[in-house]
Write a protein that binds this ligand. Structure first.
Ligand code: SF4
Length: 251
């Protein structure tokens, strides 16, 4: 069974998590030692997210997000190690095309990291600095954007504008996007952990700055945690998450 075929409706969230976990585990086992490991596990994650969000969003209010709107792209972005490494690879491959457009995306990430490193979520909101990937209102890494960005879908563009300007504290977000993102990402992290890979989340600017300076894929695929310095410290800790994963699998 492929992960994309699973639905939270069919099985309930916990069973959905377990089924996703098992599907990821099979992929991680099949691609162990294969240079396509990261592509395989993230294709599975992104397909599972898109397919299940579409199912869960049926009959729900329409999403206000649209191409050219990057109002919310000032928030802190978290990403798992494979997501960071895939984006770094994508950026290296896109370097010549971006250079022809006069864009030095790597320098933009380094510059952003100098300003955002170590800031918590509240400080990032206050800073109102746009993500380094925004170009003319669009995301330059849209095809490989992290699950955190995929799961952030607004129902009210006016509320986004007000929140970005500091005039409102909250934005109505799509519940299916948030729930499916959590299940898809956490099941992947749980499977990575069981397979012996680093599975925590990192702050995107900091982690990418590290991954762009050195090729960290060999270390990560060998079971090391080369992006550990960029781990977000003010969110739920790894020990608590690991306990939750184990409790779900045992339920
Ligand atoms: S990576 Fe793309 S979608 Fe995510 S915050 Fe940055 S510009 Fe927005």
């Amino acid at each position: 069974m492929t992960a994309a075929a699973l639905t939270a409706d069919d099985a309930g969230p916990l069973a959905f998590f377990k089924a996703l976990h098992d599907a990821y585990s099979q992929t991680l086992e099949r691609f162990r030692g294969n240079p396509r490991l990261i592509d395989a596990v993230l294709s599975q994650a992104f397909d599972s997210f898109e397919g299940n969000v579409a199912l869960q969003s049926e009959g729900q209010p329409e999403i206000a997000c649209h191409k050219g709107c990057a109002t919310c792209c000032t928030l802190r972005v978290s990403a798992t190690s494979p997501e960071v490494l895939l984006i770094a690879r994508f950026m290296r491959a896109a370097r010549p095309a971006l250079a022809r457009m006069g864009i030095d995306l790597e320098q933009r990430v380094f510059d952003a990291d100098k300003i955002t490193r170590g800031l918590d979520e509240a400080a990032r909101v206050k800073l109102r600095r746009r993500c380094p990937f925004i170009e003319k209102g669009a995301c330059l890494i849209y095809a490989v954007r992290p699950l955190a960005c995929r799961g952030h879908a607004s129902l009210d563009v006016r509320a986004c504008v007000d929140a970005a300007a500091g005039r409102a504290d909250s934005v109505p977000y799509s519940e299916p996007h948030m729930v499916v993102r959590s299940l898809v990402q956490n099941a992947m992290q749980s499977a990575l952990r069981d397979a012996g890979y680093a599975w925590d989340t990192q702050e995107l600017n900091h982690a990418l700055s590290m991954a762009l300076r050195d090729d960290l894929e060999p270390a990560w695929t060998a079971g090391a945690d080369p992006l550990a310095a960029a781990t977000i410290a003010d969110e739920i800790g790894a020990a608590e998450m690991a306990r939750t994963f184990d409790a779900i699998k045992a339920a």
